[in-house]
Design a protein around this ligand. Sequence first.
Ligand code: PA5
Length: 426
Amino acid sequence: MSEIKIDFSNAGISEEELCAFKQKALDAAKTLTEGTGAGNDYLGWVDLPVDYDRQELEKVKKAAEKIRSESEVLVVIGIGGSYLGAKAAVDFLTRGSKKSGPQVLFAGNSFSTDSIADIIEAIGDRDFSINVISKSGTTLESAIAFRIFRELLEKKYGPGEAVKRIYATTDRNKGVLKGMSDKFGYETFTVPEDIGGRFSVLSSVGLLPLAAAGADVEEILAGAAYMRNRCLTEDFDTNLALRYAAFRQLMLERGKEIEVFCIFNPSIGSFSGWWRQLFGESEGKDGKGLFPACVTYSTDLHSIGQYIQDGKRIVFETMLYTENSNNSLVIKEEENDDDRLNYLAGKTLSYVNRCAAKGTGQAHLHGGTPNIMISYGKKNEDCLGRLFYFFEFACGVSGYMLGVNPFDQPGVEHYKKNMFELLERP
Ligand code: PA5
């Protein structure tokens, strides 16, 4: 049920054409798993699902229980890799589901005054706690938001009680946030030194907010461990991550410049945001890399669909789809059929969505936009763990096939340098 599959029937390629990249993909996977490539000091995520720090996991579960018992809202403060995975996961598991627990709100991911105001308004007079996440401990967006929400917490509960509602996820030894945690006594969680932000969702960075939201984090890790085993042991013919990485390289070679990640369920929109950072920050360097774009279908078929069908032929699509929904909605028959929809009576909305997905894939291939369909089972923990690991592994392999270091992000520093100069940071 949770099995991930890739359908290449609208890819416009033959098995032989894909297999032309087999050796390159196998070599890249070897470089990754043997740790011989660039950025090899950031490979902690490869074994994370089977090599998890059990003590840390128990701490996560205990803290999550405390948060659930005393808070109606958890404010997660972080940016980039320090929030996109958690947001993707929380939305994937809680939207459209009956999971109960504190509402998780994400702050500190922009300098927008309105966003902060919206979150303060959304908290209202409800009880809340904070999970501030920053590996470096110095990221300005998050640091400013932490100052604001810390003050709010202190005002509501007093400084002594506020401290007990702050959970800091940061480097084990260094950084401003680590210093503050030691000084004030916040409960702390570790961002492993050998895992970069965009590969950190299966560490405490993602697991604490998820556990607080009511997810079974062990199931997520089990799903990821299952997929890790497949990625590490299967040959190219069945190895989903290697085949996906190979397909991306083939598309690049055919002159495609943009990979559009398509979902058919707006409630998992933030998963696209996680995927975009993963591939964009890992591959977009040295003048290389596919530009990762995201759309939601069928919504965007009525906007950007025109370009994808008919515009400049530089696009291919990776569709993420499930046949299953946690809910069922059957279209009813009406006596008069005024809206002429009785031909759909008895069909589910998911069935209509499936036909839209199939029709779109065929139409886009016909228009010169090849596409693949990655399908998954239910929106549950096991499946989510598999999806995270699948994309992470494919990304590592793909980055090495491209000839870049998939684990650094030197370009991110440039705006910061200019901004700090303008802000006259001492
Ligand atoms: O993937 C990354 O490394 C980045 O997106 C970082 O996660 C992001 O810049 C936040 O950094 P930090 O966790 O140090 O605050």
